[in-house]
Design a protein around this ligand. Structure first.
Ligand code: ATP
Length: 310
């Protein structure tokens, strides 16, 4: 028998009055998978996560977590779920430990289990030395880790995290991702997250790029990168548009995206002789050939196509 999917959404959508925040999302997250939701501000990421987290009722479509419908079996769905949204979930007036004890009680753990779970969570997240501190005295990074501690205390099978690393310094970002990796590796926890740091989504099994409430692209990051181009050349300077036309003559351009300083051009062939000729093209202040990234895919699918032609 196959394991039920951690998330299965079909044509899931939500309107806020006349605003169509999410058109109709189809999404499958297998148990233990890492799935990223990407897209510009207002694309519908938070709305999608609130719907999946059972915190918002859909206008259309349906979703199930481990086979439990988010509306009909809300309670069962919630039991398997840990949530981190952008607002802090810990109470600033309580100590870190009190916050976790409170979360353990809410999760229905008995006194002994609760004590063991709080101790293990503090240790796992690296908060033991700060356990007696009121949460409001933690730095932003540690407070975020306290949110994650709270969300993982009952060892959920699915974590939904809305921009878990926003505003954190690189050290705390690294800590957050190390913790999330451990949840997946040791317990097979599925993770659905959103981020504006596109490099964080590169290791994902699957990403969904939303734009204006619609799915603009979806798939494995490596496949999305390959579909866009074998490599990318960044061109800067007054001669950038001319250089793009030169590459177009050789049928090398899979997509040219205008940037503030020139063009970012996805190429069909990373080793074509025409690239070497760019060094001699007039008016170029920078020519950089590099690997295609998810950020390139993001720009390609979210930037208006009519803006691109040189
Ligand atoms: P961000 O990256 O800025 O967090 P997002 O991709 O999470 O954006 P949402 O917060 O889901 O996007 O918003 C999608 C759309 O729905 C936006 O147009 C937003 O203004 C609108 N919206 C979100 N919440 C509400 C609400 N409670 N009432 C009315 N409109 C809303």
């Amino acid at each position: 028998m196959t394991a039920p999917l951690a998330v299965q959404a079909a044509r899931l959508g939500r309107d806020y009055g006349a605003t169509r925040a999410l058109e109709g999302l189809d999404l499958e997250v297998p148990a233990g998978a890492l799935v990223g939701l990407l897209g510009p501000n207002g694309a519908g990421k938070t709305t999608a996560m609130l719907l999946l987290a059972t915190l918002l009722a859909p206008t259309r479509g349906s979703a199930a977590l481990f086979g439990c419908d988010t509306r009909r079996d809300r309670r069962a769905a919630r039991q398997r779920l840990g949530l981190v949204f952008q607002e802090p979930s810990v109470d600033g007036l309580l100590t870190v430990e009190e916050n976790l004890r409170f979360a353990a009680r809410l999760a229905g753990l008995r006194e002994r289990e609760a004590r063991a779970a709080v101790r293990a969570t503090l240790d796992r997240v690296g908060l033991t030395a700060r356990a007696a501190q009121p949460a409001r005295t933690l730095s932003g990074g540690w407070r975020r880790l306290a949110d994650i501690a709270r969300a993982t205390l009952h060892r959920p099978a699915l974590l939904i995290l809305d921009e878990p690393t926003v505003g954190l310094d690189p050290e705390h970002r690294e800590r957050v991702w190390a913790l999330l990796d451990e949840e997946r590796r040791t317990r097979g926890c599925a993770i659905l997250f959103s981020t504006h740091y596109l490099a964080e989504a590169e290791p994902a099994d699957h990403v969904v790029l939303l734009a204006a409430g619609r799915v603009a692209a979806a798939g494995e990051p490596a496949l999305l990168r390959r579909a866009l181009g074998a490599a990318v050349v960044e061109l800067e300077g007054s001669g950038a548009a001319g250089a793009v036309r030169l590459l177009q003559c050789d049928d090398l351009v899979s997509r040219a995206i205008r940037t503030d300083r020139g063009y970012r051009v996805a190429l069909r062939d990373a080793h074509a002789p025409a690239l070497e000729r760019l060094a001699a093209a007039p008016g170029l202040t920078r020519v950089t050939v590099r690997e295609t990234t998810l950020e390139d895919v993001y720009f390609a699918v979210t930037v208006c196509a009519s803006d691109d032609a040189p």
